[in-house]
Structure formats: structure tokens, C-alpha cells
Design a protein around this ligand. Structure first.
Ligand code: TRP
Length: 329
């Protein structure tokens, strides 16, 4: 194997079956990074607890998400994929890091303020410590690269500060200051044509949907609101269906639709049908793999157990060094 450029770590909340927004915004990048980096991908179930009202779907959601990751091309022979709580050292490191974390910094973070606004009935302690736990994730596995969306930038900056404080306070270099690798992928708009694609808004297209369901969702997509009649000229630059064409259709079709939509040479129905066909073709290998892996329900759990074992080895070693640096007996 060729020499890798460093270690990547990223965490994703167990949100169950993944959709096109997850795929284009994160998973696709996770898959690509495997070529150049040693990768560790973590299903952050402890983080999920900070916002969950009920945990009854946690297990199933973790399973479905891991299955989607594997079907999308995460290679468990090289990459470590595991569940956060399976390696409990992270909670110990979280506690130790909390001692070098100024409380005011946590409560000032825009991400905390937003969550507190969203769930005023449940502003729990874990929500405040969320970025400390995230810092523990990254540093426990000595990752130097963290691929995340731009919304996580304040958390990464926070993590870097905590690492510097820790290393300074205990005069050590056991913790590595991570670098953010911003995924400059555009945010994927849902079928409503307005809001970011998300399961909670039910404006999403699931990766694991059948071709028929996928086509049905595409046919519901909101197009250029100014184009009300088939004979009205359209504006591809404001149409979400066109955005999807640019991702999933061949260049000559994209060029053709760009021209034909503007002069009402093609209607929205036909335009969507063509996009749906390309999308379905694109997802076919994913669906085949997913079905294959799902045939043996133990497969995903075996992969996650193996990931846990490999992650544990790294975690245990780091904690030996951390306890020594801190001076814990
Ligand atoms: N906070 C991240 C999110 O909400 C999830 C996360 C947890 C994470 N631990 C991490 C991301 C470590 C990167 C690295 O999306």
C-alpha cells in the first residue's frame, strides 16, 4: 500500500437511512479520502443523546447508517468504522479536557446558542459540553485532518484551542492539533426547492429508496416558480432539478436542457423524468451493494465490532500517554 498522508477522523450522528444531501455533502467525500488518508469514521451515538427525546431508534439508526456508508464505498478492510460509545475512553478524555475548557467559551458558541433556542426545555449539560466531547473524539485517535461542513468550523477552532491549552498546561505534546478540511460542497436543497435537504423536513430523497420511489420523489420536486405553464420559458439557474442534472446527468444533456428549458422546448415533467433516470442509474451500484450487505444482518455488526477493536487499541495507547502527562496515579 502507498504511504498515506495522515489520519482523518470524522463523526456523524446516527440519523438512520441516509439521503442525497448526506451523500453529496459528506459520504462521497468520506469515500474519496480513503485513497489518500488513513480514515476513521465514527457514529457518534453519545453526541446524539444531547438532542434525542427518545432513544428507541438509536440502534436501528446506527445500523442503517453504517449499512449506507458501506454500500456507498467505505472500505472496512482499511478504514475504521465504529460506534462512539463502544470505546468508552472517549468519556474519560472528555472529562480531562473539560478541566482546560473555559465555560464561557462553550456557552458563547453559536452552535450552543442555537440548540438552546431550539430546545429550551432541554438545555442539558451535555449540550454545553458537546464540543469538548468532539475534541475528545478527534484527539483520542490522534487525527490531524477533520473533514466537516462549514457549520462545524467553530467546533474545530475550539478543539484546536483546547489542544493548545492542554499541551501547555501539562507541558506535553501528546494531543495533536487537528486541521479542518472544509468540504466545499454546495448545500443540497430538498425537493421543496427551498430548504436544505433533511429527513426532519421530509424533503429528502433516500439513497436506499427503490427506483420507483426515487422517480416519484423527483416528480414532486418544485421547479422554477415562475414557470407555471408548459409554454413559459424556464430559468435553469434557479431550478433545483437543473442543479441535480448538473450532478447526475452527462454534460451534453445538461447543455441541452439548459438551452431547451429557456425556450420552453422541454417541459418540467420530461426534464424530471430524464434526471430521475440518470439518478437511478447512478444509484444502482449502491442499491445492489446495500441489498447484498443487508442479506446478512450480522455483517454490519461484525464490521462495527472489528472497527471497535481497532479503535480501542489506539484509544488505550493515547490514554496511557494522557494520564501520564496529566500526572494521574
Ligand atoms: N459535531 C458533528 C456534527 O454535528 C459530529 C461530530 C462528533 C464530529 N464528533 C466529531 C465531526 C468529530 C468531526 C469530528 O456534525
Amino acid at each position: 500500500m502507498t504511504e498515506k498522508k495522515g489520519r482523518v477522523f470524522s463523526g456523524a450522528r446516527p440519523t438512520g437511512r441516509q439521503h442525497l444531501g448526506n451523500y453529496l455533502g459528506a459520504i462521497k467525500n468520506y469515500v474519496a479520502l480513503q485513497d489518500d488518508y488513513e480514515c476513521i469514521y465514527c457514529i457518534v451515538d453519545l453526541h446524539a443523546l444531547t438532542t434525542l427525546e427518545t432513544t428507541e431508534n438509536l440502534r436501528q439508526n446506527s445500523y442503517e447508517m453504517a449499512l449506507d456508508f458501506l454500500a456507498a464505498g467505505i472500505r472496512p478492510e482499511e478504514t475504521i468504522i465504529f460506534i462512539q460509545s463502544h470505546v468508552p475512553e472517549v468519556t474519560e478524555l472528555h472529562t480531562i479536557l473539560s478541566m482546560v475548557t473555559p465555560l464561557g467559551k462553550l456557552t458563547d458558541l453559536p452552535t450552543f446558542k442555537e440548540k438552546a433556542r431550539q430546545q429550551p426545555h432541554n438545555v442539558n449539560y451535555g449540550l454545553v459540553g458537546y464540543p469538548v466531547l468532539m475534541t475528545a473524539d478527534i484527539t483520542l485517535y490522534k487525527a490531524n485532518i477533520v473533514p466537516v461542513g462549514i457549520d462545524q468550523a467553530p467546533h474545530l477552532e475550539f478543539a484546536r484551542e483546547v489542544v493548545r491549552s492542554f499541551n501547555y498546561r501539562y507541558q506535553t505534546n501528546v494531543l495533536i492539533e487537528p486541521e479542518m478540511k472544509s468540504t466545499e460542497l454546495p448545500k443540497v436543497i430538498g425537493i421543496d426547492g427551498v430548504q436544505k435537504m433533511s429527513k426532519s423536513l421530509n424533503n429528502h430523497i433516500e439513497l436506499a429508496a427503490t427506483p420507483e420511489e426515487t422517480t416519484q420523489r423527483v416528480m414532486q420536486m418544485v421547479t422554477d416558480p415562475q414557470r407555471q405553464r408548459r409554454s413559459d420559458p424556464g430559468r435553469p439557474e434557479v431550478c433545483n432539478v437543473f442543479t441535480f442534472h448538473k450532478v447526475f446527468s452527462p454534460a451534453d444533456m445538461v447543455a441541452e436542457i439548459d438551452v431547451e428549458c429557456r425556450r420552453a422546448g422541454i417541459g418540467c415533467v420530461e426534464c424530471k423524468q430524464r434526471m430521475a433516470a440518470n439518478l437511478n442509474q447512478h444509484l444502482e451500484p449502491f442499491r445492489q451493494k446495500r441489498a447484498e450487505y443487508a442479506r446478512d444482518p450480522n455483517y454490519v455488526w461484525d464490521v462495527l465490532r472489528d472497527g471497535k477493536e481497532r479503535a480501542s487499541k489506539i484509544a488505550k495507547q493515547t490514554m496511557i500517554e494522557v494520564r501520564q502527562a496529566v500526572g494521574l496515579p
